[in-house]
Design a protein around this ligand. Structure first.
Ligand SMILES: [Cu+2]
Length: 312
């Protein structure tokens, strides 16, 4: 019966009753609050801010789907269990002359049922979850590889296919406003602490592989809209991938999600997702600019690049 109920609830979700889903989802989805804050500007408001967002990749939508399916299963179980409990407490209370039913203490059939039903529910949840997990880990057939290095406190991006490499730091406006007695109201700074000087630029509709590592301590590269959150650990290379829907170019924001020291809160991530043509043009220009900077006689640019690494 629990299973039938669960299936019915899952079907409800598939009917995409978004409003109700968001309202109830919000009650338990604490993490979703910050995730929604990182979503693009056109994001929803009100109750839906408390839930996860479906994101802009197939994987992120699958993760969202799993989140909602399992949420509804939990709701169904809670309704059944607490319903039975509250009903029993009220109906069979001592003051009404209720006497404990001792036959249930060792009832093999009941014990079998309350073992089998949870196992069935767990399998019902584990199969789609495992399938999605395998897909998340599948970094084959990628179009582009980028090495992401977290450092105190910023990100370094190396485009392994074409040699483009740069550092990405908190933008100047946020950086100024965050200083003590800066006199700047953070509310007046657009995308306060969620903006960078140089965003990671990627093409839309391409499978982008990230090789994630850390230069000093453990950081974590987290962009909710892509369904990607991967630790950047010194001495290890973690892999992740994302493929943004072809109709969803734009700016997507994230943050370091591993407490990494004093300025942990000041190393945001911005991904600029462009059309393939725009991306190709950007890579070409960036590679040329870099080549020029590295050419003999271009010492100032080189010095500046080195300085940015050391000042972090
Ligand atoms: Cu960090």
């Amino acid at each position: 019966m629990v299973r039938a109920r669960a299936v019915r609830h899952v079907m409800m979700i598939r009917a995409k009753n978004a409003q109700l889903t968001n309202k109830l989802g919000s009650a338990v989805s604490f993490l979703g609050l910050s995730m929604a804050a990182l979503a693009p500007a056109h994001a929803e408001s009100g109750w839906s801010l408390l839930n996860m967002t479906p994101g802009v990749t197939e994987i992120s939508r699958k993760i969202y789907g799993l989140h909602m399916e399992i949420f509804w299963i939990c709701v169904a179980i809670a309704v059944i269990v607490f319903g039975a409990m509250i009903y029993s407490i009220i109906t069979y209370r001592k003051s009404k002359g209720a006497v404990a039913d001792v036959t249930l203490v060792h009832n093999t059939t009941v014990e079998l049922i309350w073992t089998a039903v949870p196992v069935a529910i767990l399998i019902f949840m584990a199969v789609p979850a495992a399938r999605t997990l395998v897909e998340i880990e599948d970094v084959t057939k990628t179009d582009l590889s980028i090495k992401v290095t977290g450092f105190q406190w910023g990100w370094q991006y190396d485009y392994l296919d074409n040699g483009v490499s740069f550092y990405s730091h908190l933008d100047r406006k946020s950086n100024k406003a965050r200083e003590l007695a800066s006199g700047i109201d953070p509310n007046t700074v657009e995308h306060y602490l969620l903006n960078v000087d140089k965003p990671l630029v990627v093409p839309v509709g391409s499978k982008v592989r990230l090789l994630i590592t850390g230069a000093d301590v453990i950081h974590s590269w987290w962009v909710p809209a892509f369904g990607v959150k991967k630790d950047a650990i010194p001495g290890f290379i973690n892999e992740a991938w994302f493929k943004v829907d072809t109709d969803k170019p734009g700016l997507y924001r994230g943050q370091c999600a591993e407490l990494c020291g004093r300025d942990h809160g000041f190393m945001p991530i911005v991904v600029d997702v462009r059309t393939k043509e725009d991306f190709d043009a950007w890579v070409k220009a960036k590679a040329a600019e870099q080549k020029q900077a590295e050419a003999p006689g271009a010492a100032p640019a080189q010095a500046e690049a080195t300085a940015s690494t050391t000042t972090g």
